[in-house]
Write a protein that binds this ligand. Structure first.
Ligand SMILES: [Zn+2]
Ligand SMILES: [Zn+2]
Length: 664
């Protein structure tokens, strides 16, 4: 019998390659197996996608079957093939992006477990789960799909503090009792020690942690544990979606609206969307949870594609916080309005904790010479440098370029002014106003060390901090039961971004920050400083009214035919030579307009990206909108392949982003 195998190699290549299967392994070789093959002049590790009878004449032979058992289970293999096709990404690139590096290099040597000293985890909680009647009701609606199992998608809309986590953990326990594994996705894992402590307490030795902060060896070790079923639950960020569990029973995507589920390089997938695909393929329920669901998910719930469940009440009878807007004058250079100062003072006196939120780090965001108007710009990106005073540098927040600070303008020899402000400056100014208060800052600069978040959360818990200043990092995932006052310094910061989702992101962020106040016995109060008190994202955040915001936003999306009413495909044309980049972008657009499947799409552009220069490269964009991606996809794939082969110079990179989230 002649047997051939379709092999994918971990290189950015779209196709699979056909090899002859030698007789010695014909009985054992299966899809998902790793094999050694010669590829051009190299020897590579390939993965078997499929096997078929066929003509083996002129075919190279597989050299070796590497593992006894296939490493990729069929369902996972199917998901990878589907994703590569949907996201117009070479299958080899997909493999490279989601598998731990040691697996691609062919080793199966066990990474040596590092013996860490067992530390007392202050967040460890093992007491039994106690559900409120509301939580139990939700649980009972999801459970049947878990036991059947059925491929239902649930949207769990629960206000902050309503106890979604309790529902998730109860579901995981149910899955476990059915001997099935669970996948629990969160946007950011370094910030969730409370959740890890709780899961470890309830399911000792059953949890794998899987995220990008692990070293390749650690990732590999966690991957093997899942594969061998030494653990049954994985808690992780987006890449954990590809956990090699063979008897998966449940997928949870918490904070499903969060943009970090979208991978922004190489294989540009959205983990929430793929979670639904995996759920369908494996015939299991998927639970999407959020206090502020994405427009897409809520729309799907409205259309009954998803099953809508809500947890409208905070547990422990905690009250919703009262939100007050404070209009700021455009030319005032104060950071803190008098009402905010007053409230902070009162809170300090009463020994309660306060939170000051500003979604921008650094000291000042613009260094300007008042005489000649010279601004400190990043030499590699079209963006102003941010002053980091403590580190005595100017820093680019996009490419990390750093340069020393000039105190005087090199041309005019007069002092440079520092305009705009970030969290570092807020800290400095607050310390001047409240010299006795214990003030700490939480942003990417202060949280760079591995255990920094852990330490800070313990300090908050022990009430060793009076005022916490932070960026969106503080809005993600933590509980700070002691906080009764939240001050938002620039409630309109995200609205200036050139992004059709700007209002949605602004609303979600304000709702999340407001939810940090008064989670325990005390009701909280929230003060939002803003220049645009009439903007609907701010008004509905003040009322904490998701539905009203949704209705206004969905009408806008419909009118302009943006998602969820269409799908977007974003092309970026990137290169070092500006004139070649713009010329190529124009050629691509022209080709798409004349030869492309234009009856299936609307094409916008080409135009320079909002961030035209990034890391020294010039960037142009083309945006496509379509109502029928399924039909468009194969035609577009063909057109793009033709363009890459004939039109696009080798120095120019074409980036294809399907369902883009960040389009700067
Ligand atoms: Zn000057
Ligand atoms: Zn830069």
């Amino acid at each position: 019998m002649s047997l051939t195998a379709e092999i994918v190699v971990p290189l950015p290549l779209s196709q699979t390659y056909t090899y002859q299967v030698p007789e010695t392994i014909q009985a054992t070789l299966k899809p998902g197996h790793r094999v050694r093959v010669s590829f051009g002049h190299r020897r590579l590790i390939g993965w078997v996608v499929s096997l078929q009878k066929g003509d083996t004449k002129d075919l190279k032979s597989i050299e070796e079957q590497i593992d006894k058992e296939p490493l990729l289970i069929p369902s996972l293999l199917q998901l990878l093939v589907w994703s590569a096709d949907y996201y117009l990404t070479p299958i080899g690139e997909v493999l490279r992006a989601i598998l731990p590096a040691p697996l691609l290099q062919g080793s199966l040597r066990e990474p040596k477990p590092r013996h860490r000293k067992k530390q007392e985890d202050p967040f460890h909680r093992s007491e039994k789960l106690l559900l409120t009647s509301q939580q139990r009701e939700v649980l009972e609606k999801i459970s049947p799909s878990l036991l059947k199992p059925k491929k239902d998608v649930f949207l769990l809309h629960g206000v902050t503090g309503s106890g979604k986590t309790e529902v998730y953990t109860a579901l995981i326990a149910k899955a476990l009792s059915e001997n099935r594994e669970s996948l629990y996705l969160v946007p950011e894992i370094g910030l969730t020690p409370q959740l890890i402590g709780r899961l470890n307490g309830l399911f000792p030795n059953q949890i794998a942690l899987y995220h990008s902060r692990l070293s390749p060896a650690e990732r590999y070790s966690q991957w093997l544990k899942m594969k061998r079923r030494e653990v049954t639950i994985v808690l992780g960020t987006r890449s954990a979606l590809f956990a090699p569990f063979s008897n998966l029973g449940l997928i949870i995507v918490d904070e499903e609206h969060d943009g970090s589920y979208k991978q922004e390089e190489r294989f540009r997938y959205h983990a929430r969307d793929l979670a639904i695909v995996r759920g369908h393929q494996e015939n299991i329920p998927v639970v999407l949870g959020s206090a502020t669901p994405s427009l897409e998910s809520f729309y799907n719930a409205q259309r009954k594609k998803y099953i809508y469940l809500s947890l409208p009440e905070r547990v422990l009878g905690a009250l919703h916080s009262k939100v007050k807007l404070i209009q700021m004058g455009h030319h005032s250079d104060t950071f803190f309005s008098p009402p905010l100062i007053e409230a902070l003072e009162k809170n300090l006196k009463e020994k309660h904790q306060s939170l000051i939120f500003l979604n921008r780090r650094g000291f000042s965001t613009l260094s300007l010479c008042p005489a000649c108007g010279r601004r400190a710009l990043c030499p590699h990106c079209s963006i102003a440098l941010t002053l980091h005073k403590k580190m005595k540098i100017l820093k680019c927040h996009y490419c990390d370029h750093q340069q020393p600070i000039h105190t005087d303008c090199p041309d005019c020899h007069i002092p440079i002014q520092q305009l705009g402000f970030g969290t570092e400056r807020v800290e400095t100014e607050l310390k001047k106003i409240f010299p006795q208060a214990r003030i700490t800052r939480m942003d990417r600069d202060t949280m760079a060390k591995k255990d920094a978040a852990h330490t800070l959360l313990s300090q908050m818990k022990k009430k060793e901090i009076d005022i916490l200043i932070g960026t969106q990092m503080i809005a993600k995932g933590h509980d700070y039961p002691g906080i009764t006052l939240v001050g938002v310094l620039a409630s309109d910061l995200l609205l200036s971004l050139p992004d059709f989702r700007a209002a949605e992101h602004n609303f979600q962020m304000l709702m999340q920050v407001a939810g940090r106040a008064g989670r325990a016995q005390h009701s909280g109060s929230v003060l939002m400083q803003t220049f645009q008190p009439d903007h609907y994202s701010i008004r509905w955040a003040q009322d904490q009214n998701y539905l009203q915001f949704y209705q206004q936003e969905i009408a806008f999306r419909k009118e302009l035919n943006y998602p969820p009413f269409s799908r977007l495909i974003h092309l970026k044309i990137v290169g070092h030579e500006p004139s070649i980049v713009s010329k190529t972008a124009e050629q691509i657009a022209l080709h798409l307009r004349t030869h492309g499947p234009h009856h299936l799409m609307t094409l916008l552009g080409p135009a320079p990206c909002p961030l035209e220069k990034l890391r020294g490269q010039t960037r142009w964009q083309i945006l496509m909108k379509t109502q029928n991606y399924t039909q468009l996809k194969p035609l577009l794939k063909e057109t793009l392949a033709t363009l890459v082969a004939n039109t696009i110079p080798s120095k120019i990179k074409l980036i294809v982003d399907v369902d883009p989230i960040h389009m700067l």
